[in-house]
Design a protein around this ligand. Structure first.
Ligand code: TXA
Ligand code: MG
Length: 308
């Protein structure tokens, strides 16, 4: 038994990645489904495992900011400032892609998303592997992102070569995505780094969303099977009463008042609704400041009308 453990899981994972396999690994935000970003065949396997459309680009993860900058055709002052302030950490930068970056990773776009995660297991995996890891959240397309190794196993056990267990994710919602490829910085997805702290670092305003056709801005996403009603706090009780009167199994989705704690608890709470067979979950929308913006965003997506 001692000899069997002589190969550390991280080294075994790096070897699997070098041979074109798939490894699920923890980050501080959510678990990722990783493949060698320089190996098109491996990256195609990620799309297949998730059931994800090929035009939805993947984020490429690196051990250090210098490595990320090498995948950009242009590394602007804004990119430098944000990388210095928030990496390693829950921030993804969209930058013009370098010539060597594959269209399979970028979904045919001329930009690439890059990020340096700060989870110790992700860091040691990236160092051991040495290159860039293309990694979407390790869930089936349209499902809630996994924040524990057990969540990954439920959705992808038979489609991944190895799952590294790094415990429950500290942030609990995905990275903030900022598009730096245009004239002005644009927030594409609120996440673990707040809009306020981005603007403070850049010393200028960051515009919000905008392009509704952009991948990842699908209205319905992060959705449990239960119907979710996201309402203003003052409407919570009346909504619960109204829904209960219809005879459905109704429950309040109660989240901690502290926005960081709410983010950490959010995805496990959404999964639990389905485990206990709730028909309708009613949740009070948090104030969209700080991490509350990411929590409100995910709740509104969970509540959005579902495609048939
Ligand atoms: O926290 C995270 O970002 C996690 C962990 C694993 O790092 N990853 C993650 O990946 O959430 P994914 O694939 O589930 O979501 C990435 C989002 C997608 O909506 C994708 O469309 C967007 O990032 N994205 C990636 N590259 C892009 C690009 N070049 N232009 C615009 N959007 C991009
Ligand atoms: Mg995802």
């Amino acid at each position: 038994a001692r000899q069997a453990s002589a190969v550390r899981p991280v080294e075994q994972a790096a070897r699997i990645l070098r041979s074109g396999g798939l490894v699920a690994f923890p980050t501080e935000t959510v678990y990722g489904l990783g493949a060698d970003a320089a190996n098109d065949e491996a990256v195609r396997r990620v799309f297949a495992a998730k059931g994800r459309p090929a035009d939805h680009p993947l984020i490429v993860h690196f051990a250090a900011p210098e490595d990320a900058a090498r995948w950009a055709a242009r590394w602007s002052d804004d990119a430098e400032k944000l990388a210095a302030a928030f990496w390693p950490g829950p921030l993804t930068l969209i930058v013009p892609k370098a010539a060597h970056v594959s269209d399979v990773v970028t979904g045919g776009h001329s930009t690439v998303g890059v990020r340096v995660p700060d989870h110790p297991v992700a860091q040691s995996l990236l160092r051991s592997f040495g290159g860039g890891l293309a990694a979407p959240s390790a869930n089936r397309f349209g499902q809630v992102s996994p924040t524990t190794a057990a969540h990954v196993a439920i959705e992808l056990a038979d489609r991944v070569d190895l799952i590294l267990d790094g415990g429950a994710c500290r942030v609990g919602v995905e990275s903030t995505i900022v598009d730096l490829s245009g004239e002005t910085p644009r927030l594409l997805r609120p996440g673990g780094v707040s809009l306020e702290s981005l603007e403070a670092t850049l010393e200028r305003p960051v515009s919000i969303g905008g392009d509704t056709a952009a991948p990842g801005t699908l209205p319905s996403h992060y959705a449990p099977r239960a119907r979710v009603l996201a309402v203003a706090a003052e409407d919570l009780q009346s909504t619960l009463a109204r829904e209960a009167a219809s005879g459905a199994v109704v429950r309040e989705l109660a989240l901690p008042a502290d926005p960081a704690a709410a983010a950490r608890a959010l995805y496990a709470a959404l999964r639990e609704l389905d485990e206990v067979g709730v028909d309708v979950a009613v949740v009070a929308l948090p104030d969209p400041s700080g991490l509350g913006r990411a929590v409100a965003d995910r709740l509104l997506r969970a509540a959005a009308p579902r495609p048939q």
